[in-house]
Design a protein around this ligand. Structure first.
Ligand code: GDG
Length: 503
């Protein structure tokens, strides 16, 4: 079993992510408030940052934060995982509104997102947004080094070397900049990075002018984590072929100068207990599972072209064409589609196409008192989501490509009676471990329809057998396990520089 270095009080943890673990909102009276987001990363990591008196650095979600304006303390009735984070533990990075568009909608989500998901037809190549990306990564690095400076002042014993843990594709250049600034100032820290999306193949990455700088950016870390081996191997191969580094593919290390960077495959999990608890307590959302004759299929995604939303609608159409008598009037496909990146044209046209396709299929099959596809274009509260997961017969989780996919894991956590069936895409990182799911190729709409039929017809004993195994694995390898594994890897790392003892 793992112990968190941070839990022993030896290290302080500084987390750097694009967004803070909560969003700041300004009320009409001008007063700032914390508004909560419920991701797994926040659930697992925020309590640890609280405990070790660490810091969380990120964009607060608004543009008009004054330079000396303080992040508010949590309110007394705050029960979220971030409630324990004191105002001085949360460091907002201001991104000027002008830069934000080119940084976030431009380079992050117009270039890196499609490129790292190998969606070559969606990639925008633009020098200006690349320069803005560099600049914004510098902002994050400068704030991090400020935090390290402060940390150094309060450090008295020489074991206490802060761990800086940087997250995701928005901050690929940040580690190199932090290392550079920290070394200049003689500040010590260990640097870790986790990429939440796939790492592309060498030839895909190579289409990007800045790919060398991106690799050097990441290699400034001591440990770099990916969800699955394929992404780790892609990264190692790029280091070899693009930079000519000495790479050990078996031990997953890269030599750069006098340093050895450790690349690790560390698949993320979910807060399993939290979802299970929610599913046990949430009121019923409908009577589907009790009514023997009706079936509910659920999908939950951000409305993103990587998630295979249109293919799912076409698979429902095929299913109804093939088995009209069996399912007409009895089957509902519920797509919960959370609006995402709505300022980007690609995302607007996807939403339009999806709505059109849903309308077309509903128009084709609906009767006076039934239509097959329900589309909720919004986010739901977590307990309602858990109830939908619990009360669905089948979850259709069929992205065209996905770093991991947490929805598949959350669905199984909520199957408290071991009853539902999971249809899962080969191309989700989750497919590496969730072997008891019905595996499908989401591009083959016909086969997708057949898998759905199989899932809907699966005997309860087979469902149970598969679900028990899926649940046991996710319970064990949950998000807390993932975090401990990462921090355990960080424990073996030499710091940039030994801290100076106070004079
Ligand atoms: C990236 C990678 C990787 C969705 N709708 C509602 C809601 N959600 C929550 C889900 C889930 C999360 O959003 C979506 O997570 P995914 O893993 O499916 O996808 P990305 O957002 O693309 O995340 C991905 C992940 O990072 C972690 O490393 O798995 O591959 O792309 O947690 O529950 N939550 C609530 N209401 C909703 O309506 N409360």
């Amino acid at each position: 079993s793992f112990t968190n270095p941070t839990e022993e009080g030896n290290n302080s943890l500084i987390v750097v992510s694009n967004r803070l673990p909560f969003v700041l909102k300004r009320g009409s009276n001008g007063v700032l408030q914390r508004s909560h987001s419920a991701g797994g990363l926040v659930t697992a990591v925020a309590p640890v940052v609280t405990k070790c008196n660490g810091k969380w650095i990120g964009w607060p979600g608004l543009f008009d934060l004054g330079g000396h304006e303080k992040v508010p303390e949590a309110s007394d009735d705050d029960k979220s995982p971030t409630a324990g984070l004191k105002s001085n533990q949360v460091i907002p990075v201001n991104i000027p509104e002008n830069d934000f568009e080119e940084f976030y909608n431009g380079f992050c989500n117009g270039t890196l997102w499609p490129l790292f998901h190998s969606f070559s037809c969606k990639i925008t190549y633009d020098r200006n947004s690349w320069q803005t990306y560099q600049k914004v990564n510098d902002y994050f690095a400068e704030k991090t080094v400020e935090a390290l400076r402060y940390q150094q002042e309060v450090i008295l014993v020489d074991e206490e070397i802060p761990i800086v843990w940087i997250h995701d594709y928005q901050l690929l250049l940040c580690p190199a900049r932090i290392r550079e600034l920290a070394e200049d100032e003689g500040l010590s820290c260990k640097l870790g990075f986790f990429l939440h999306i796939p790492f592309p193949s060498y030839d895909m990455l190579n289409t990007l002018e800045g790919s060398e700088e991106i690799l050097y950016g990441m290699l400034a870390c001591d440990v770099i984590g990916f969800h699955i081996d394929l992404y780790s191997q892609n990264f190692l191969e790029s280091c070899l072929r693009k930079l000519g580094c000495r790479v050990d593919f078996d031990n997953k290390t890269v030599e750069i100068g006098s340093r050895v960077v450790r690349v690790r495959t560390l698949p993320i999990g979910i807060p399993f207990d939290k979802f299970e608890e929610c599913a046990k307590n949430a009121p019923k959302v409908n009577g589907q599972k009790d009514e023997k004759d009706t079936k509910l299929i659920i999908s939950v995604d951000r409305v993103d072209y990587t998630k295979g939303l249109v293919q799912k609608v076409r698979a429902i159409e095929k299913l109804l064409e093939k088995h009209r008598h069996e399912y007409a009037g009895k089957l509902t496909f519920l797509q919960i589609g959370v609006p995402s990146r709505t300022n980007i044209k690609e995302y607007q046209s996807l939403h339009n196409e999806l709505s059109r396709e849903i309308g077309r299929v509903n128009g084709k099959f609906s009767t006076a008192d039934w239509y097959p596809i329900q589309f909720m274009y919004k986010g739901l509260p977590q307990d309602e989501l858990a109830a939908y997961y619990r009360d669905s017969d089948v979850a259709l989780v069929t992205p065209l490509v996905d770093g991991m996919n947490l929805v598949a894991k959350e669905f199984v956590a909520c199957q408290i009676n071991n009853s539902g069936a999971l249809v899962l895409s080969y191309f989700a990182g989750a497919a590496e471990s969730m072997k008891e799911a019905l595996m499908v190729n989401p591009y083959e709409v016909n086969l997708l329809a057949d898998s759905l039929h199989k899932a809907l017809q699966m005997s309860s004993s087979e469902c149970q057998l598969r679900m028990e195994k899926l649940r046991a694995r996710e319970r064990k390898f949950d998000v807390h396990y993932w975090m401990s594994s990462f921090l355990e890897e960080m424990r073996f790392v030499e710091s940039i520089e030994k801290p100076k003892l106070p004079t």
